[in-house]
Design a protein around this ligand. Structure first.
Ligand code: ADP
Ligand code: ADP
Ligand code: ZN
Length: 217
């Protein structure tokens, strides 16, 4: 299964991605996680990306596209992959299509997790993440079992620097202008599927499985 996850920041892409990746045994590839790891390790990529993440702006396509192509060329992507946070521009979507078409492949679906804007701010400002394994929690909707510690790996969870109210607003703006057009892009190619992203996390996952089941292998 080759899946692209679409949806605004805070839609629950990362949360659902963990479950989907386990169920279908495909790697979860989050460009945000890749950037954050490089930033914390102060690699040349991290140094380049940092100011964009801090400002809630997109890292330039030239940088981002190459990283994803390299990642998709790794062995573990042979039987599929789950892209979370990529593509985020039409340019990135075209580059992904070209890359896959070059190998005689295409994505099975672009799955949009649909959440109304009004719910986003509370989800984002209450988000806590594990810097070590990427797991995502929420102080109210999905708290860690032990306060402040990641359920999966025990590391201290943190609040992302870009999850403040003002940066979230900027990111929603960027989403509206640069990423939302992808919905039409995939619709035109008959590759779009949609789930309602509101309600309990496991209810959303049930909907996701139903939709992906209909898309087939
Ligand atoms: P994204 O990767 O799309 O930015 P996340 O998966 O990190 O979104 O989710 C954003 C925040 O919302 C997190 O704090 C997460 O725990 C919470 N969340 C995810 N799904 C739901 C849901 N169905 N209901 C309430 N909160 C949710
Ligand atoms: P969210 O979980 O809120 O959707 P991500 O973790 O996916 O956020 O992304 C965090 C930041 O990383 C973005 O605001 C942006 O600066 C950068 N980023 C992630 N993916 C991309 C991409 N495909 N293109 C450009 N920038 C990206
Ligand atoms: Zn963890």
């Amino acid at each position: 299964m080759k899946i692209v996850l679409l949806g605004p920041p805070g839609a629950g892409k990362g949360t659902q991605a963990k479950f989907i990746s386990e169920k279908y045994s495909i790697p979860h590839i989050s460009t945000g996680d890749i950037f954050r790891k490089n930033i914390s390790e102060k690699t040349p990529l991290g140094v380049k990306a940092k100011s964009y993440l801090d400002a809630g702006k997109l890292v330039p396509d030239e940088v981002t596209i190459d990283i994803v192509k390299d990642r998709l060329s790794m062995k573990d992507c042979k039987n599929g992959f789950l892209l979370d946070g990529f593509p985020r521009t039409v340019n990135q979507a075209e580059a992904l299509d070209l890359f896959l078409n070059g190998k005689g492949e295409q994505i099975d679906t672009a799955l949009l997790i649909d959440v109304p804007k009004e719910l986003i701010l509370e989800r984002m400002t209450g988000r806590r993440v594990c810097p070590s394994c990427g797991a995502s929690y929420h102080i109210k909707f999905n708290p860690t079992k032990v306060k402040g510690k990641c359920d999966a790996c025990g590391a201290d969870v943190i609040q992302r620097k870009d999850d403040t109210e003002s940066t979230v607003k900027d990111r929603l703006d960027v989403y509206g202008k640069q990423t939302q057009p992808l919905i039409g892009y995939y619709e035109k190619q008959n590759q779009l599927s949609k789930v309602d992203g509101t309600g309990e996390i496991d209810k959303v996952f049930e909907r996701v499985i139903n939709v992906l089941g209909a898309v087939g292998k």
